[in-house]
Design a protein around this ligand. Structure first.
Ligand code: RB5
Length: 158
């Protein structure tokens, strides 16, 4: 399998602080640089603040890949996907993680620290980082939504 060793940017909220710490060290053990945008304690925070830091860095092209974690993964994925060129995939199972790379070229992996355990999360991170994008017809489909300033542009809203 192809291995992507590009630096990763990671962030969470309080609900997944412990998982973030675990995954940060896990990725570093693969000799991949990790930038941790926080939080740096388990005190309560607002997940959009951290979603914006990671998604902004991926959207701008400064980082190729990011990881976001919250309680369910839902809030982080909703907030991150507001950014152009961000394809944040909520993957609390291995199959979704692999397919998010093969078909969607996901550039942010999102997981829920209150949904899955550390061992599964590590397996998902490994599979996600090692699975290449298949391109072809999948690129054509991504091109249809990847660079839209606003998803409502050009659509007939009933
Ligand atoms: C925090 O309580 C929780 O709402 C957050 O971690 C996340 O699950 C939101 O989608």
């Amino acid at each position: 399998m192809e291995s992507n060793s590009a630096p990763v940017i990671i962030g969470s909220d309080h609900a997944a602080f412990s998982l973030k710490e675990t995954l940060k060290h896990y990725v570093e053990q693969k000799n991949i640089a990790v930038t941790d945008v926080g939080p740096h304690s388990a005190d309560a925070v607002d997940y959009p603040d951290y979603a914006f830091l990671v998604a902004g860095a991926v959207s701008s092209g400064k980082y190729e890949r990011g990881i976001l974690l919250c309680g369910t993964g839902l809030g982080m994925s909703m907030a991150a996907n507001k950014f152009p060129h961000v394809r944040a995939a909520l993957c609390n199972d291995l199959f979704s993680a692999i397919m998010s790379r093969r078909h969607n070229n996901a550039n942010i992996l999102v997981m829920g620290g209150r949904v899955i355990g550390d061992v599964l999360a590590k397996e998902i991170v490994s599979a996600w980082m090692e699975t290449p994008f298949e391109g072809g017809r999948h690129q054509r489909r991504i091109d249809k939504f990847d660079d839209m300033g606003c998803p409502l542009n050009g659509l007939n809203i009933i």
